[in-house]
Design a protein around this ligand. Sequence first.
Ligand SMILES: [Zn+2]
Length: 136
Amino acid sequence: MGFEKFGRISFTSQTKLSAFVDYLEKGELRATKCKQCGKVFFPPRADCDACLGSDMEWVKIEGTGKLVSFTEAQYAPTGFEADVPYTLALADFDGVRVFGRMSRDVPLDGMKVGMAVKAEVVAMPDGQLTYQFIRL
Ligand SMILES: [Zn+2]
């Protein structure tokens, strides 16, 4: 595959994935699911890396997730320095692994692998939408 084609594919992907933000606006966190083989992607992908299909549907990340792993982050990108430290977490929702931040309401020493979490959409002070995990 040449880079020319690669560039075109990633451009297409981004256009197709803009729906992710539309769903966040509705308070929904969604992944993409390959209609052909059923593989679910989070973060969403427009093309399946398992069967190379591109017929995807949006599925909700909902219900109870299980904390798989977490770590305290001491580094933040420029502009987010005031955020540190924060906790990054990986949670499993019915086999779908979702990576995100843990809510500040949950102290690091109050977290443990296997605990039940929920993903919720939150608006940042600047109006940007994101999502975080909260303890159930
Ligand atoms: Zn597939």
